[in-house]
Design a protein around this ligand. Structure first.
Ligand code: ADP
Length: 434
């Protein structure tokens, strides 16, 4: 700063001294006039530099920085270096951004960047193709105007982006897409879009294969079971010593038939997303039928009763599917509760929702098994399941049926004390009857 003052004012010293030296011969006024004239020259020079700077700032061009002298030369040089630094970091930022866009463009999945108002800020070419977007035209447009399927609109509004959704691509025939929203930054979102047509085809092939094999096995098994039963019924056809083996064959063949039946049910449930023939279900009638069925299955070995029941509370859905799901929970309670144990069937409101529950005082389940119970063929105790005629598919079928009804399965259990399996239905499925 000292240097600044020195460089700005040094020229005043010689002219001041000259004026002082001249003043005795030319008179004080003339010397003062000379000094003021010099000050004016300096002022004009500063103003000229300032005008050059202002002109240049209107159209800054690093190669055409105005020439200057004195402190202005320093000021212009500082300005030049600062602008060089800025331009270098801008070039670096631009190239980083370009690289990022190139990387996002090369992704095998579609990517759309949405702002806080769900308007498109940017998307890669894959997303343009999959969702029928055109970045040049659609930038700033709300994504909901361009992806018009109702499932996507509710997904966007739900703010529950943990799981992706599946959609049919509206602009490309026979293409299935999986869409997932990922929130980032301040209320921004990434929409990731994946072509799952190939995966869906493999899944359909797997489903069809299981359904075909099950169909093919069903007829021969029915014949085998039928012949075994007939042979056992014909007097003397089965020698007494072999009867035990015939019983075993019959049990195993029946078990296989039940397994094949369950596999067929599962593949039917998987082949369509919605329940068939929905209607208002008379829950009183359903509960009484389940109670009768339970008593029949138990053969009087358990104490079975209706527990807390909200009469007049009905359900909208498929009678056939829900009867099978509820029946499965009841039959499990009987199979996993020792003789003389208690079983209660409840049907009641839970806030806006309604729950069908089967509570038992049976063997209970250790906590680590609970999350896996609805997996196919998952059994806590394989031999017990087999002994009681289980296939390991029951809860998997229950879960499928409940999902088709937008309901969920809740399991509470205490090992050695008993379990409660609840099917919880959303308000939209619940009807308040008379
Ligand atoms: P399974 O045909 O073997 O019963 P499920 O899918 O119906 O197959 O049930 C899976 C497993 O969950 C069963 O093998 C059993 O270990 C456990 N389970 C189901 N219901 C109960 C219950 N009420 N009490 C104790 N364990 C149960």
């Amino acid at each position: 700063m000292q240097d600044f003052w020195w460089r700005s004012l040094w020229s005043l010293f010689p002219i001041g001294l000259l004026c002082l030296a001249l003043s005795p011969s030319t008179g004080g006024h003339t010397a003062l006039f000379l000094f003021i004239a010099w000050l004016l020259i300096l002022l004009v020079s500063h103003l000229r530099h300032l005008r050059n700077l202002l002109r240049w700032l209107k159209k800054p061009d690093l190669s055409a920085l105005p020439g200057a002298s004195g402190v202005w030369e320093d000021a212009f040089s500082e300005l030049y270096h600062e602008l060089r630094r800025q331009s270098r970091s801008q070039i670096q930022l631009t190239s980083a951004l370009e690289r990022l866009q190139q990387a996002a463009g090369a992704l095998p999945d579609g990517v759309v960047v949405l702002n806080a108002a769900d308007q498109i800020e940017w998307c890669n070419s894959k997303a343009e193709h999959q969702l029928g977007l055109n970045l040049t035209k659609d930038e700033g447009q709300p994504i909901a105007y361009l992806v018009r399927q109702s499932e996507f609109a509710s997904y966007l509004e739900d703010f529950n982006y943990g799981e992706p959704i599946k959609l049919r691509a509206s602009r490309i025939p026979d293409v299935s897409l999986e869409l997932q929203l990922v929130p980032f930054g301040e209320y921004q979102k990434l929409l990731i879009c994946r072509d799952i047509t190939h995966l869906e085809k493999i899944e359909t092939m797997r489903r069809d294969f299981i359904a075909d094999v099950s169909h093919e096995l069903r007829t021969p098994l029915t014949v085998v079971v039928g012949f075994l039963e007939t042979l056992k019924d014909i007097n003397g056809a089965v020698p007494e010593g072999l009867r035990h083996y015939f019983d075993l064959m019959e049990t195993q063949a029946s078990r296989m038939r039940t397994l094949v039946d369950d596999l067929l049910v599962l593949s039917q449930l998987e082949s369509s997303a919605n329940p068939t023939q929905e209607q208002e279900i008379d829950m009183n009638g359903m509960l009484n039928a389940l109670l009768d069925e339970a008593n029949g299955l138990s053969g009087g070995k358990h104490h079975i009763a209706l527990g807390e029941v909200d009469t007049g509370l009905n359900l909208h859905g498929s009678v056939e599917e829900l009867r099978s799901a509820f029946g499965n929970l009841v039959s499990n309670a009987i199979r996993y509760t020792p003789e003389q144990g208690h079983i209660w069937i409840h049907w009641q409101k839970k806030g806006n929702e309604a729950a069908f529950s089967v509570q038992d005082s049976g063997i209970g389940i250790e906590p680590e098994h609970i999350p896996r119970l609805t997996e196919r063929f998952y059994r806590v105790d394989r031999s017990r399941s087999r002994e009681t005629g289980g296939t390991g598919l029951g809860l998997s079928i229950v879960k499928h049926i409940l999902t088709r009804h937008q309901a969920r399965l809740e399991i509470q259990s205490e090992f050695g004390k008993g379990s409660t399996f609840s099917a919880v239905f959303p308000a939209a499925r619940v009807r308040s009857g008379n």
